[in-house]
Design a protein around this ligand. Structure first.
Ligand code: DOR
Length: 310
């Protein structure tokens, strides 16, 4: 069997596939289920300073090739996750990644500081939530991104990563990569949902989700080519010691393999996990192993970034 062992920063992972911050990782019950699953790590829902109910419903709709959602960061508040971490660690004995999504630099500093002295293994700072009215995605503002990184990268020794929005222009890939290189960022996670898309039901002549008049983040199969492009572009622009986690439309071993070719060190699953539950992690891992075996690859490292071009 090909080996799916990998690492993010210096942190070893027993598998290449885990959950994305998003569905089914908000409550303790959900996180304990992830701890007991084949997910390579337990990733938490992005937290904020205070607990949040999130946006008005309907705020999630499944689509033929994925989903659209505007959840609005429903979460228990960072202190609940801080308090829960030792139990999650005990339940799974596997790496824990916490996601923080402050509404200001000060919020992010407070939360990163707190998790720096917790038993979390990695901290993923969400610079790309598209669903909070009046709060632009930080990752689209290069100046503010740099200011935020200045404040959050020096708060402790635990590896810090950034969850980035999708970029669509090479000038943006280059500018962002140049900023990331100035700081001790250990990993980036590409991509968050494609923000502020609109799906319309022609029969009822209505937007299909309620928040923001129907604008929401597009997820699933629709966005895989965008995720692949972002992983590939950043892999070419960043030094090897910054790992890239791929997200966006991964539901089969082939999808996971494509992200590996593009240069991902690991992948995260959201929409497919929402649909299928924790069984998806073992299934996708087995599919990836079968594909790698058929192609006579024995390790993640043998394939990572090896995309051919014509
Ligand atoms: O698409 C997203 N939805 N990205 C985020 O970062 C947050 C999430 C939400 O809760 O709205």
């Amino acid at each position: 069997q090909p080996c799916l062992n990998t690492h993010i920063g210096q942190l070893p992972l027993d598998s290449y596939i885990f959950n994305a911050s998003g569905p089914l990782c908000t409550s303790e019950e959900e996180l304990i289920r992830l701890a007991g699953s084949a997910s390579a790590a337990v990733m938490t829902k992005s937290c904020t300073i205070l607990p949040r109910e999130g946006n008005a419903e309907p705020r999630y709709q499944a689509l033929p090739l994925g989903s659209i959602q505007s959840m609005g960061l429903p979460n228990l508040g960072y202190q609940a996750y801080l308090e829960m971490l030792p139990r999650l660690k005990k339940a799974g004995n596997k790496p824990i990644v916490v996601s923080v999504s402050g509404f200001s630099v000060a919020d992010n500093v407070t939360m990163v500081k707190a998790f720096q002295s917790s038993c979390a293994d990695l901290i993923e700072v969400n610079f790309s939530c598209p669903n909070i009215e009046g709060k632009p995605q930080l990752g689209y503002d290069f100046e503010q991104t740099e200011q935020a990184l200045e404040a959050i990268c020096q708060l402790g020794d635990k590896p810090i990563g950034l969850k980035l929005p999708p970029y669509f222009d090479f000038s943006h890939f280059i500018t962002m990569a140049d900023i990331i290189k100035k700081f001790p960022v250990s990993f980036i996670t590409c991509i968050n949902s494609v923000g502020n898309t609109l799906v319309i039901d022609a029969e009822t002549e209505t937007a299909i989700i309620k928040p923001k008049g129907g604008f929401g983040g597009l997820c699933g199969d629709y966005i895989k080519p965008i995720g692949l492009a972002n992983v590939r572009a950043f892999r070419q622009l960043l030094p090897d010691n910054i790992d890239i986690i791929g997200v966006g439309g991964i539901k089969t071993g082939t999808d996971a393999f494509e992200y590996l070719l593009a240069g991902a060190s690991a992948v995260q699953v959201a929409t497919c996990f929402e649909k299928e539950g924790v069984e998806c992690f073992d299934r996708i891992a087995q599919e990836l192993q079968s594909l790698m075996a058929a192609k006579q690859y024995s390790s993640i490292a043998a394939v990572k970034g090896k995309l051919k071009v014509i």
